[in-house]
Design a binder for this molecule. Structure first.
Ligand code: ZN
Length: 320
């Protein structure tokens, strides 16, 4: 009976050892590698594996790559079949899932839609400096921003974006230049703060200039003569009030408009007059028609600008 019990215990011991041996041969503790709460494989050493990731995935020699992006890896200690340990497979898998991240430099011109991306900071700096120099007449809002992206910038895309920015800046520059030209024109047509907005006669030609001595009169010419066909409209060159409208000796039918600030404009030899003294006129209003009344040898408008009663050369302001 005792012998039988001893044999039974022996058998249990042998079985246990056998089972343990089989267990140890087939199973072992290992780390489950997880990404996004999903087991992607098993490794025997967490540290060794992490080093493998660092050296073979995260470290890169590729040009322009700022860093390699990889989703976080977690570990959990488990007792698993040795067959499941597959470190190299996991590395290959993670390497495929990893992404190269490039540092690029975005040059934008205020507006978010207008931007160029460069792979190199130097290129971006140079581009901005060149544009600022080329378009120094306008207030460019060029700025550089560093961004991390998954793709390098393609040269074709760079050229297209550059063209867009250039086009916008060209348009701004053109507008600025036009505004400046218009401003200069307005300033050049302004006498004592009075803007001479239009010509008294459009389409005529200058037949006698200010200052000339001609046999038709016994003094130097105090205005300019604009020859035009009979009946051509004569317009007020600026806003003002009619000071005189009627026949006036050698001037024939004559209109004087007072514009304020000591400025008057005068229109002589008219065939007819459309306004009367005291009437307000605006620049461009037809005040009379071209004729040859008074001391005149042909159809023309004698035009004067008077500053505090003294005639000045109208061509300093109009018909330049
Ligand atoms: Zn004249």
């Amino acid at each position: 009976m005792v012998k039988q019990t001893i044999n039974y215990i022996k058998l249990i011991c042998i079985a246990t050892v056998l089972i343990l041996t089989i267990m140890t041969v087939r199973y072992r503790p290992a780390y489950a590698v997880m990404q996004n709460n999903e087991i992607i494989g098993y490794v025997s050493s967490k540290d060794k594996f992490q080093k493998n990731i660092d050296e073979n995935i995260l470290k890169t020699e590729e040009e322009n790559v700022a860093f390699v992006s990889l989703d976080r890896v977690d570990y959990s200690l488990e007792f698993v079949s040795r067959d499941l340990i597959n470190e190299e497979e996991i590395i290959t898998d993670l390497k495929e899932k990893s992404k190269n991240i490039y540092q690029v430099y975005e040059v934008s011109n205020g507006d978010e839609e207008e931007s160029v991306f460069f792979n190199s900071e130097n290129e971006a700096n140079e581009y901005v400096a060149n544009l600022k120099e080329e378009y120094n007449k306008i207030d460019t809002e060029l700025s550089i921003t560093t961004l991390y992206v998954e793709n390098e910038v393609n040269e074709e895309v760079i050229q297209e974006a550059k063209a867009k920015i250039q086009e916008k800046l060209e348009a701004e520059l053109k507008q600025k230049e036009e505004e400046e030209a218009e401003q200069r024109r307005i300033e050049s047509q302004t006498v004592n703060g009075i803007y001479l907005a239009c010509l008294p006669v459009t389409g005529g030609s200058i037949s006698s200039r200010y200052g000339v001595n001609e046999s038709v009169r016994n003094h130097t010419h105090k205005g300019i003569d604009i020859a035009a066909s009979y009946g051509t409209p004569i317009k007020a060159t600026a806003n003002g009030t009619v000071k005189y409208a009627g026949y006036y000796g050698g001037y024939g039918n004559f209109v004087i408009i007072d514009h304020g600030n000591g400025i008057e404009t005068c229109y002589g030899h008219c065939s007819s007059i459309n306004v009367s003294a005291g009437k307000s006129v605006e620049a461009g209003d037809v005040i009379a028609k071209v004729g040859s009344t008074g001391n005149s040898t042909g159809n023309h408008c004698h035009f004067e600008i008077r500053v505090n009663g003294t005639q000045v050369n109208p061509q300093k302001y109009l018909y330049k």
